[in-house]
Structure formats: C-alpha cells, structure tokens
Design a protein around this ligand. Sequence first.
Ligand SMILES: Cc1cc2nc3c(=O)[nH]c(=O)nc-3n(C[C@H](O)[C@H](O)[C@H](O)COP(=O)(O)OP(=O)(O)OC[C@H]3O[C@@H](n4cnc5c(N)ncnc54)[C@H](O)[C@@H]3O)c2cc1C
Length: 334
Amino acid sequence: MYDVIIGGASFAGLSLATKLSDCKALLIDKNKPGEYQRSACCTTLSIIKKVNCEESIMQTIKYASIHTNKEFNFKIPEPFCTIDYKKFCSIMLNRAEINFIKANIKGLKNKKIVTNKGVFSGKIIVDATGWEAVLARFMGLNLQNKLSYGLETEAPYKDDTLRIIVNNKIIKDGVGWIFPCGDKARFGVASYNGETKLLPILKRFVKNYGVKISKVHGGFFSYDKRPPVHNDLFLVGEAGGQITPLTGEGIRKSIESGLICGSIIKKILSNEISMERGINKYKKLMRTNDALRKKLIKLQMNFAEHYPTKLNIFFGAITNRILSHIFWKIYKLI
Ligand SMILES: Cc1cc2nc3c(=O)[nH]c(=O)nc-3n(C[C@H](O)[C@H](O)[C@H](O)COP(=O)(O)OP(=O)(O)OC[C@H]3O[C@@H](n4cnc5c(N)ncnc54)[C@H](O)[C@@H]3O)c2cc1C
C-alpha cells in the first residue's frame, strides 16, 4: 500500500512528486517522463525559476507580437521562456524521491489503480493525467469534454519575439503561433472548436515563413470547468481544469496546482491536518474567477465573428504599455 499514487508524470504530476519526500509514493505514466511532447512548452520564466528548472530553458522572451491585419508589438508584462520538455521532466523526476512505473492506467476502484503492469493501492490518489482525466472518469466524473486542438512542428528559425497570428485566412476559428527556442522555433496552429484535421493548415502556415514541416506533435486541450477534487480524488493540472481558455496556457497553472496539492498532501500524511481539511484547503486555493473564465470562453467561441475590428480593439487595449500590466494581473486570476 502506497501513501500516495499519482497518475500522470508531466508538469502537474512531477511538480507534485517533488513535494513528497519521505512519503511512500508512486508515479505512474504510460510514457517515460518527457518522452512525448505535445505542447509548445512556452511559459513564464518565474514559474520555471520557482521549480529550479532554469537548465531546461531554451530561450527567454521579453517581447510579443499579435498579428491580425495589423501588428501589435509589446513588451510582455513578465518574461516568458521556451523549455526543453525532456530536460524539464528529467530534472523534476530526478529531484523527486519517488518510484516511477511506466504503465497504462485502465481502471480505478476502491483506491486501487488497475494498470497493464498490475494493481496498485494508495491511501491518497491524484489524477494528473491531463485533459483526459482518466482516473476521475473511472470514478464516474462526468466531463463536458469541451476541447480545442493544436498541432505543431519545430523548425530552424531565429527570432526574439513570441508571435501570435490571428488571421481568418490562415485559421478561421483559432490561432497560429511562433515561439522561438534558440536556433529553432515552434510553429503551431490551434482550432478552438477542436477540429483535428490541421496538417494542411499548418503546412500552409509555415510556408509563409519559408519553413518545411518535419515531425509534428500536438493534441487536445480542455476549456470545460472541472472540480479540483472528486469524492476524495485530487485533480491537478489540466485534469482539474487548470488551463486558461482562449490562450490555452496550462503549464504555469499545472505546475502551481501540483506544488500546492503536494504540500497539502504532505501535511495530511504527517497528520498536521485532516483529509477533510486538506481537501477544503485545496478546493479553496484552486478557486478560479468563473465570470472572467466565461468571458474568455465566449470570446474564443465567437472568435471568427469578431475578426478583425473587435479583435483589433481588444488587442489594442491588452497590448497598451500601461494597460498590459493591469490586464496581466486580471488574467492571472482566471
Ligand atoms: C499543441 C499544444 C500546445 C500547447 N502549448 C502550450 C504552451 O506553449 N504553453 C502552455 O502553458 N500550455 C500549452 N499547452 C497546454 C499544456 O500543454 C497543458 O495544459 C499541460 O501540458 C498540462 O499539464 P498536465 O501535467 O496537467 O498534463 P499533461 O502534460 O497532459 O500530462 C498528462 C500525463 O498523463 C499521462 N497519461 C494520460 N493518460 C494516461 C493513462 N491512461 N495511463 C497513464 N498515464 C496517462 C500522459 O502520458 C501525460 O504524461 C499546449 C497544448 C497543446 C495541445
């Protein structure tokens, strides 16, 4: 019997694992940590510094540009960075004193996780399996499955600016992006409506920059509201809805929720607080601003309709030198 079992060894699961020293804990993932990258891996510099993973940084970025039929250039209120996912996962896994097993989770009943490598019991179970929230589903949580989809490639390209492309001629109900990472850049397109046939769109998009597609990766990202706890199952990261609608920014929130949940679980296990108090504390700390979330979801669902006039007004406001700092503070509440 383990003290804690975490399903999912990515941003959320690994951050949580680093908080569980001296616990009998098990981390399960169907892939080796860092083996399968599905994200553009661009996040705030401060969150990477918070988990002491500066070694995984490929490029620090201070400027951004939103391209519609106009161009909005601005200094980001706080610097971002692109990271090497494999390196990030390897650093975090080495730091966490935890047993890891590569196994596919196939069920959960009475705190027993069923995998293709055997059955494992834990006093506390954590779902960190991303948008699929597999453990929560096995416990009967009904998810709305509101999903967007993104596809990406990495190619040689030097830049110092984080670029978001909003153009109906490239992708109608979504966005494109170019995130520089050293001598390369990550080029991606995403559909807010969850359209998965994005390869021809990605090919056309990168052609504009004289880039050819080699390998592609990607996947779904969720924007439905999810509870941080289901019965006594903790949901961290994207499994627990820790991703911002419209921007699809999930790494910062996944790491933060993993760290918070890990500290609370440690206190529960050392009998500093009861399970009930721990659950309530986690729920309280994961509370998001629902009204703001709804506004962002509404905007993303009607994105194409607002192009270009209303979107230009919106981007003009959020990229304004003074207003951008206020918007950034509000954005972080979501
Ligand atoms: C194309 C794309 C680009 C993105 N770009 C960015 C970006 O630049 N910046 C940003 O902040 N966010 C980005 N996101 C969102 C971000 O990637 C996610 O929000 C983030 O990865 C969530 O972290 P997580 O740890 O909660 O889950 P995940 O990173 O999704 O990890 C879940 C883990 O669970 C494992 N798992 C799933 N099912 C099972 C199972 N049955 N058995 C065992 N293991 C299982 C998976 O193998 C995986 O390792 C992007 C998303 C996509 C799709």
